[in-house]
Every structure is written in C-alpha cells, then in structure tokens.
Design a protein around this ligand. Sequence first.
Ligand SMILES: [Fe+2]
Length: 220
Amino acid sequence: MGVAIIVAEKKKSVFKTENVLHIFPTCVWRVQLEPEVARAVNQRLRTVLDGMRRAEPQFPLDEPWQSRQDLHLHPDFQELVGHVHDAVENALAYLKVADCTFQFTGGWANMGPPGAAHKLHSHANNFLSCVYYVSAEKGANTINFHDPRLQNQVVIPVVTERTVENAETVNMNVEEGMLLLFPSWLPHSVDPNESSALRISVSFNIMFSQFAETMAQPNW
Ligand SMILES: [Fe+2]
C-alpha cells in the first residue's frame, strides 16, 4: 500500500534562500514595428502579394497559398528584410554569438483564408526563423509553439494554472506589424483561421553564411 505524502502548510522556512534557476531557456524575440512603419510596409506587401497570388491562376483565391521561397531577394521586400536583419543582429547579440556573417536562406509568404491552418513543423538547417504579420485579424492572430523536450511529456501532472513553465504548448497572440524570431528547431503550428479575413504572414530563415555555404544547404 502506498504512503500518501501530504504537503503540509508552509511552516517557518529554514531555507536561507530559495531560487528557481531557468536553465536552457528557449528564446522567442517579439518585435513590434512602429505603427506608421508597419502600416506602410503592410499596405505595400498586401498589394504586392495579392498581385503575386493572382498571377498564379491555378490557385483558387479561397485556398491557402504560399509564395515562391526567394522573397528575401525580391525588391519589394527589401524594407522588411532590413528590419528583420536588425532584429537578427539584436538576437545574436543577446545570445552573445561571436561576430559572424549570416544570410537569409529563404523568404516566403503565406496567405490563409478562413479555415486555413498550418501543421506542426520546424525549419531544419537554419539557426533562426521568423514570421512577420501583414494581416492578422482577431481569430487569425495566434501561433502555437510546442515544447520539443519529449522527456518533459512523460509525466504531465494536473496543474492549478497554466504557465510558461508547465505548458506543453504556448499559444501566443500576434498582431499586424509584429515580428517573431525564434530558434529554427522550435516546432510551431498555426490554428485554423477563425476570422472572416485573409491571414497574411511573411517568413524568413536565417543561417550563418559559412555554415550554409560549406556544411549544409537549407532544408525546407
Ligand atoms: Fe514555420
């Protein structure tokens, strides 16, 4: 017969100090463009992407659409690429990564009509990945990040409150003009678009130049 261990009411502590140390944290950088900058960028990209999509008549407008994967080289995306470049530099500085060159290995847009979702995935052979929101109405304004530590899901206790420390999935709210930058190995997914509008996002992959050129080509 097992012995129940009852957690007693907290007595006078004999602990001199009691700290929780967060080791091996997973960083997600959340960057919000200035409203007037975001408005101008988004207005332009909506027009450009609508044109790209309509130029591919085999894609019905009520179906999810993904652009070609070299938008990081496209002239109309250079302003956004510049902002992402700055955010990547800040993230690498935060991580104390030694001075080294990096490059965009891919850039693409997703246009998701009502009902469109994106299954769980990650971006192999890159160091950082990001998503920028051009249009994200309420009901289409979240992304899910999933705990990649499978061992952490061997025992899942009942909790009194969901926190980032005990969650297996973090459902993050996003908004237009927001850029999320995260490690490329971090699995993520997107719930079905429950708004009545198109969700438009632009994603980029980033890798250290020397690694991309000499070690491995990006794997989509
Ligand atoms: Fe992704």
